[in-house]
Design a protein. Structure first.
Length: 401
């Protein structure tokens, strides 16, 4: 893609390694969307021919997203994005099922939107248990089992960490919950396009999806709602989306999300192999050249796109700023939490000390990442770390790990 040619150091090119925070819209997706801004602009609820055509496009898109996660079309509810999907899943399910119980289980790995929803539900009379993580950021299914009580109504555990890339044992969790009358919600956003997301195989009842994470437009997402799982709607109005999400549908966006999902289904297998090779070269290259550098998260059970280092004696923010001077667009952790000065909740839950958690660098690869981008990062990172350590009064070569 043209813009990725803006990469690399010394030449004024920018190397974009922050795909977890935002992805470009694939030009093929833009092409599919364009007619829906102009000639195919009608409201899917209108009774005329153009309205029918819009309704058909909406249902076609629903079928594509359903196929993407092995669901039935009527089980897909379009939303404005993953935050809204998470809200509808957690608040919508909790309110509707309050009579059955008021206990909810999440994990310490979750996206900030799930953590903040959990706090919101606690303020509104629900009780929330948080399953701890192991050193690699994984939930132990046994520990999850021990948190389940008679009044547990909902478990929400994401497919993978959007921050350190660790994959969760989703299938085992689904199996534990099956037949217990407890709904299983998963925020699948971090894993979209990197793993097959099969709601049947994994016994998932509610799944949050985002369009941008598969190179579709922002402002669109979906919630998979298994048939028979009752929810209270949060958006009240004209009754669109089966009454669960009122508001005129964002048809151009929805068509874009569906095209993005179709492309992902066709290309995921080869793309994941390509990304994994780039990821491993970046990980090995940095760990070999930078003393006292470590990989956060799981060495193998991790997203093909995710690289997450920590460097003894370094502040993540300073490193990101030095890399920025070299044209490398990197992150210290989740963009959604970057405005807080708190260390990463996930890294602390993995057992890291505050200063270790603050010394982290997150690099996320994507569809337009090239081997040259990885080369540029491999050149810039050791130099930047060395420079920061030379400036640091605290760092000594023999400093304890
Ligand atoms: N869940 C996860 C795992 C995420 O990474 C994000 C951010 N991309 C969200 C939810 C929220 O998505 P959005 O900001 O698009 O609503």
């Amino acid at each position: 893609m043209e813009d990725s040619a803006r990469s690399s150091h010394g030449t004024g090119r920018l190397v974009y390694l922050d795909y977890q925070a935002a992805k470009p819209v694939d030009p093929r997706v833009v092409e599919a969307m364009l007619p829906y801004f102009t000639e195919r602009f009608a409201n899917p609820a209108s009774l005329h021919t153009m309205g029918d055509e819009a309704a058909e496009a909406l249902e076609r898109a629903r079928r594509s997203i359903a196929a993407f996660v092995n669901a039935r079309p009527e089980e897909i509810i379009f939303t404005s994005g993953a935050t809204e999907s998470n809200n509808l899943a957690l608040i919508g399910y909790a309110l509707r099922n309050r009579k059955k119980g008021n206990h909810i289980v999440i994990s310490e790995m979750e996206h900030i939107s799930i953590h903040n929803l959990a706090k919101y539900l606690e303020k509104n009379g629900f009780e929330v248990s948080r399953v701890p993580l192991d050193l690699f950021g994984r939930v132990d299914p046994g520990k999850l089992r021990s948190r389940i009580r008679d009044d547990t109504i909902l478990v929400s555990i994401g497919v993978a960490s959007n921050e350190i890339g660790t994959l969760q044992p989703i299938r085992e969790i689904g199996e534990i919950l099956q037949g217990k009358g407890i709904a299983f919600h998963t925020d699948a956003v971090a894993a979209e396009g990197l793993l097959p997301l099969d709601v049947e195989r994994n016994h998932i009842d509610l799944m949050s999806l985002s369009s941008n994470d598969i190179y579709g437009p922002r402002g669109v997402g979906a919630l998979y709602v298994r048939k028979g799982i009752p929810l209270t709607p949060l958006m009240i109005g004209g009754g669109q989306e089966n009454g669960l999400r009122s508001g005129t549908e964002n048809l151009a966006g929805i068509v874009g999300m569906a095209r993005a999902a179709e492309l992902m289904t066709e290309e995921m297998e080869s793309e994941v192999l390509r990304l994994r090779a780039l990821r491993d070269r970046l990980i090995e290259g940095v760990l070999q050249t930078v003393p006292k550098s470590f990989l956060n998260g799981h060495p193998t059970e991790r997203l093909a796109s995710n690289v997450h280092f920590r460097f003894t004696g370094i502040e993540g923010e300073s490193l990101v700023l030095l890399l920025r001077d070299e044209g490398i667009q990197a992150a210290t952790g989740s963009a959604c939490s970057s405005k807080t000065l708190e260390p990463s909740r996930t890294l602390i839950a993995c057992g890291l000390l505050h200063e270790e958690a603050h010394g982290s660098l997150e690099l996320t690869l994507g569809r337009f990442t090239t081997p040259e981008d990885v080369d540029a990062a491999l050149e810039a990172i050791p130099r930047a770390v060395q420079r920061l350590r030379r400036l640091s009064p605290l760092y000594k070569e023999e400093a304890p790990v």
